[in-house]
Design a protein around this ligand. Structure first.
Ligand SMILES: C[S@@+](CC[C@H](N)C(=O)[O-])C[C@H]1O[C@@H](n2cnc3c(N)ncnc32)[C@H](O)[C@@H]1O
Length: 249
């Protein structure tokens, strides 16, 4: 059976995808505020690690880099600030992209934005030097199919970077984070966003998400070379990196 997000009350990939798209549209106006508030701004540090790992590619003139599931554009803007060429943003939620456009314009960037589904990207085979996905991969409806799609659009030697919530290996962190994400987070999140379902879905989708080791295995199985990960903040998040083998077309 394929692994992917399974929001409550949905059956099948199509319904799951529509649910995720609508849920992000509902919370888009409050997304940034809640993101930083609920993570006590720790998410900024995680995004900085992502930026550091991508920097050698970003500074290469002409490098084509995609920030997939770009949402309101925080990673996109960070990457753009360090990049020699325009970073492409893609997301299937229109209201999130509207905010990404406004924020990047305010910073003086003309980010090329694509409104499209990560499961079927409107991009040519072997056309990208790197792809980043921050907190978007977990929401995809079929992880195996998504990895194949990402492999398709990467150039041989291209880098995939997935930043995602994970599973703390230490008991103390697991208990503390479990309490926070199951009790406090849905309460604060629903109070501010008005959407209880979004902030109940978040910890549920994290608990169902594969462990870092399992995701690493999935990346190898999909055909990536050199799949590796680093745990961040005691394993609350993980940064996965993998390369498309130069032997692949
Ligand atoms: C948690 S947000 C992360 C946004 C941003 N990357 C960040 O770090 O703040 C997840 C984003 O993934 C997008 N997303 C989820 N499934 C998608 C899909 N199948 N195709 C494109 N975007 C998708 C959502 O619309 C949402 O904007």
């Amino acid at each position: 059976m394929s692994l992917g997000t399974t929001p409550p009350g949905t059956s099948g990939e199509k319904q799951a995808s529509v649910w995720v798209q609508r849920m992000f549209a509902d919370i888009a106006p409050k997304y940034d505020l809640l993101n930083h508030l609920l993570s006590f701004n720790i998410d900024r540090g995680w995004r900085k690690v992502l930026l550091t790992r991508l920097k050698p590619i970003l500074i290469r003139p002409g490098a084509r880099v995609l920030d997939l599931c770009c949402g309101t554009g925080d990673v996109l803007i960070d990457l753009q600030s360090a990049a020699a060429s325009p970073i492409i943003g893609a997301d299937f939620c229109h209201p999130m992209l509207v905010t990404a456009h406004a924020k990047s314009s305010k910073r003086g960037f003309q980010a090329p934005l694509i409104e499209g589904d990560a499961m079927q990207l409107p991009l040519a085979d072997a056309s990208l030097d790197a792809i980043s996905i921050a907190f978007g991969f977990r929401n995809l409806v079929n992880y195996e199919a998504a990895l194949h799609e990402l492999l398709r659009v990467l150039k041989p030697g291209g880098l995939l970077a997935i930043l995602e919530f994970s599973h703390p290996p230490g008991l103390f962190m697991r208990i503390a984070y479990g309490f926070y994400s199951r009790a406090l987070l849905p309460f604060i999140g629903s109070l501010i966003s008005g959407s209880r379902e979004a902030y109940t879905y978040l910890p549920e989708s994290v608990s169902k998400f594969p462990t870092a080791t399992k995701l690493q295995d999935m990346m190898f199985t999909a055909g990536f070379a050199d799949a590796r990960f680093e745990l961040l903040t005691g394993g609350i998040a993980a940064l996965h990196l993998a390369t498309k083998s130069t032997a692949r077309a």
